[in-house]
Each structure stands twice: as C-alpha cells, then as structure tokens.
Design a protein around this ligand. Structure first.
Ligand code: A2P
Length: 314
C-alpha cells in the first residue's frame, strides 16, 4: 500500500500524514477525528504544538467509533529543545505519551539540533521558543537516551528533524539504533534533493514538512522570497493541476510521494483535509516530475545551517 518501510525496525510508515502544527487546541480533537475518518493514518505531533492532549482525544474517539485500531495508526511526536539532557528525554517522552493517551509511539524525533536550558513542566508546558538560553548537550547523549526509549518498547522508531547532512553523518558514525527517519522542510521551492539522496542512501526514509511552502514569504525577507510567487498561484503548477483536474495542493503532495517523501499537510478545513488525502488515483509523468523538481529556488522557512543566529536571551 502507500507506505515506506522503515529501518531497522521494518515497520511501515504511511506516505500520507496529517500535520497538527497550528491546529487550534479547541478544535484539534474534532479535526484529528475528521482526518482519520478521511483516511489519514499518520499523525504528526510535537509537544510544543501544545495540542497533544486534544490529538489524543481525537484518536480515542476514532478508535472507539471503530474507524481504526491503534495498530493501524502511525503516531509521530518530537523531543523539544529544552529536554536534550539524558535525564530529561524520558521525562519529556512520558509526558507526550500520557498526553496522547497511548502506550507506545511509532516514531519519536529530535525536533531540532538545538539544545536549550531545561525548563521544568511546572514552569512552562507546552514549551516555547521564548526565553531561550543555550545549554549545549552533545547529540550523542540525547541519542543514547532515545535508544533507551526503543529498548523500553514504548517507541518503535527514532529519528531526527531539521538535521543537516553533516550532523546526520556524525550521528550515523556512532548510532547503535540507526535513525529511521529524517524529517525536513520539502516543497517545490526547496526540494532538498541532495540531502534526501544522501539520507536515503544511508537507509533513512524522509518526511517532508511545510509541503505548500512557507506561509508568509514576506516575513522571510530574502530577495528570493520577495520575488517568489506563492505556490498556490504558481503558473507551472496550475498548468499541471489543470491537466489532471486536480488542485495545486494535490499536485504538490503527489510530487512528494512520487519522490518517496512522506507528506504531512495541515488543514483545519474539512474540505481541504479530504482533498489533500485524495492523491493516490493519478500519476505525474516523468516530464511533470522534472518540471516540479526544477522549481527549487531554494527558499526556506527553517534554515538548519543558520541556527547559530537564533537570538539567545539570558
Ligand atoms: P487551512 O488550515 O486553512 O486549510 P503547513 O505548511 O503547516 O502544513 O500548513 C498548510 C497551510 O496550507 C495551512 O495554512 C492550510 O490552511 C493551507 N492548506 C492546506 N491544505 C490546503 C489546500 N488543499 N488548498 C489550499 N490551502 C491549503
């Protein structure tokens, strides 16, 4: 079916996922239920999205309604930057597990290769970017704690998000449990082709986020961003969309899955939730794939090579 096989566990990860970042807390349970009803089997979550309790309620409702079983779902969550110390990794993970109301998670990712000062739950939860203070922890310490989660049986696969090729090479040099997934920004304006090729050659599968491009190009500030047409208005994409009687959103998602990149479009709108799931009944030609592959600017929302520029507040 429409999935990727993960290594080393051999589990299947659905190509179509639902993104829960920016889904408002008060409607999350209902929206997650709707997504599962519309055929999504992968839910992409993170503690800093602030809605894991509500995602859990949506999952529970869908299971109770008999739409899916827990085993048919693939739930991803992420370790936040303030929990990279080895003693904080299980703490943060167990909180996520409890919030989601689950007894295991399919995939747990290091959210960013950024380590910030620990802030206890009582002080702030969900965690945020604000009041950041750097507190470097080597990735090998965090990774060893992630491996422990796999050994505990509560996590089936572990991986990394927003890692560069260099960070990944280093991690691969010592990881006893290899990362199963690299989770990175991928859309037509940032196809990340070299990084994807490298990660795939090392046995990792890819999840792409921000599939429709950054929400606001103006905020990005770079000259490339100023000149970029929003993807939903892009001429080459609208031509291909018209040819298949599909929307640009569906063309972009189809391009990604044909490139073996799992997608996690977010929508709070039931019509668009269903639309984004309807991408398995047509195929882009080699020529169309080439056209979209050539749209790389690159223009990004997140730049993992520029994380040293993030302002630090003491
Ligand atoms: P909405 O929730 O109103 O549908 P992300 O990059 O985080 O996945 O966010 C996707 C963005 O694209 C959201 O702002 C979402 O808004 C919008 N969106 C999702 N699906 C579609 C679609 N099929 N057509 C147009 N906009 C979409």
């Amino acid at each position: 079916t429409h999935s990727l096989t993960l290594h080393p566990g051999g589990h299947k990860m659905p190509l179509l996922g639902f993104g829960t970042w920016k889904v408002p807390k008060d409607s999350t349970a209902e929206i997650v239920y709707k997504a599962i009803e519309s055929g999504y089997r992968l839910l992409d979550c993170a503690c800093d999205y602030g809605n894991e309790v509500q995602v859990g309620q949506g999952i529970k409702k869908a299971i109770e309604a008999g739409i899916v079983t827990r085993e048919e779902l693939f739930v991803t969550s992420k370790l936040w930057n303030t929990y990279h110390h080895k003693e904080h990794v299980p703490l943060a993970f167990n909180r996520t597990l409890k919030d989601l109301g689950l007894d295991y998670i399919d995939l747990y990712l290091i959210h960013f290769p950024i380590s910030l000062k620990y802030v206890p739950f009582e002080e702030r939860y969900p965690p945020e970017w604000g009041n950041m203070q750097q507190d470097p922890v080597p990735v090998h310490e965090t990774w060893a704690a992630m491996e422990e989660l796999v050994h505990s049986g509560k996590v089936r696969n572990i991986g990394v998000s927003n890692f560069t090729a260099i960070l990944l090479m280093d991690l691969l040099s010592y990881a006893k449990v290899k990362p199963a997934v690299l989770h990175i920004e991928v859309h037509p304006y940032l196809n990340n082709a070299d990084l994807i090729k490298f990660a795939q050659s090392q046995g990792l599968q890819i999840t792409g986020y921000s599939n429709f491009g950054p929400a606001s190009y103006v905020e990005l500030g770079s000259p490339a961003a100023q000149n970029a047409v929003p993807l939903f208005k892009e001429e080459r994409l609208s031509k291909i969309a018209a040819h298949h009687s599909k929307t640009i959103a569906q063309i972009i998602l189809r391009w990604l899955v044909q490139n073996k990149v799992a997608v996690i479009p977010k929508s709070s709108n039931p019509v668009r939730i269903a639309q984004n799931a309807d991408i398995f009944n047509f195929e882009l030609s080699a020529e169309e794939m080439k056209t979209i592959n050539s749209m790389n600017i690159p223009l990004r929302l997140n730049d993992p090579a520029g994380y040293a520029n993030i302002p630090i507040y003491a």
